[in-house]
Design a protein around this ligand. Structure first.
Ligand code: SF4
Length: 298
């Protein structure tokens, strides 16, 4: 039996940068993080052992002046910076530069068109409602942006006004293009067509992984996909993995390996190839623990 880890899986650039920032700031003293630093419980627990304290918005409003708060890669709406300023809190901004650029683009679009019709422009975000990154993006539009997750929600759009479409960075490219096609098709049936500006703002650090991940999944008999249950990116990449290899199993921790009976698969154990891969929020050390567990208890 051969067990291997996908060399392209693991933290993306933005998450690595935020975790490095947390580790180096923790050396200087107490540090809070607004929300889980990454959608992976084990990595959060590792950093909490080093002293990182995860807080929510209510906590932020009651922190003493000069407290140091790290903003994670997902980014934050302008209101968070405003609260921090009012309370004299020091912000360590680890917003991923890709997310920051997207926030700036949405804000610029909002500012450019805010007076076109005497009301806020119709900015649409293809994303998950309530996701931290999406909250940060909505904040750039004074919370006027409409968030939709699928073509089934087109009824939420106003087809008498221009549409400015953007995407959460971790959504699927395929899903975005289906949405654009569905909007265009609806527009083509209008008596007075409206303008659609579609901006594909999906992070290629995620999108480019799909092909490599699927090749890795196909090259193995059974695949263990390691990801956090709260991670959007893990959900997308797991789905891609299953498409390439239906024998893909989602797990969040090495302990879950014990619950899987490999003999239910029809592959001969002696030549079995098991692959381990994960999301952009999955630490390499966690995938290594899964590998070690499988190697010890085939
Ligand atoms: S997935 Fe892309 S945009 Fe999101 S944190 Fe990672 S590098 Fe940044």
């Amino acid at each position: 039996m051969v067990v291997s880890i996908d060399t392209n899986s693991g933290f993306c650039f933005g998450v690595t940068r935020a975790i490095n920032a947390a580790e180096s700031e923790l050396e200087k003293g107490a540090l809070y993080c607004l929300g889980d630093i990454v959608h992976n419980g084990q990595e959060v627990a590792r950093l909490e052992l080093k002293g990182l304290a995860t807080i929510d918005y209510d906590d932020l409003r009651t922190l003493p002046a000069h407290s140091r708060v790290l903003l994670r890669a997902h980014g934050e709406p302008p209101s968070t910076y405003w609260i921090a300023q009012q309370r004299g809190i020091e912000i360590i901004d680890a917003t991923c530069p890709v997310v920051k650029k997207l926030q700036d683009r949405i804000r610029a679009c909002y500012e450019l068109h805010r007076n076109d019709e005497g009301r806020a422009p119709q900015i649409v975000i293809y994303g998950k409602p309530g996701h931290a990154e999406v909250i940060g993006l909505q904040g750039q539009t004074n919370n006027t942006a409409i968030v939709i997750e699928s073509v089934d929600q087109l009824h939420l759009l106003d087809f008498s006004r221009p549409i400015y479409l953007f995407s959460q960075t971790t959504k699927s490219v395929e899903g975005f293009h289906s949405l654009v096609e569905a909007i265009q098709s609806q527009i083509s049936n209008l008596k007075s067509p409206i303008a659609l500006e579609a901006h594909d703002t999906i992070c290629r650090s995620v999108a480019n992984r799909v092909k490599e991940l699927q090749e890795f999944a196909k090259a193995n008999d059974i695949v263990f996909f390691v990801g956090g249950t709260k991670s959007s990116n893990a959900k997308v990449l797991y789905k891609n993995c299953v498409e390439a290899n239906p024998n893909t199993i989602f797990i969040s921790s090495p302990d879950e390996v014990d619950k899987i009976n490999l003999s239910t698969f029809t592959f001969p154990l002696s030549t079995l190839k098991i692959g381990i891969c994960g999301a952009t929020s999955t630490p390499l050390w966690l995938m290594e623990q899964v590998r070690d567990k499988l190697s010890r208890n085939p």
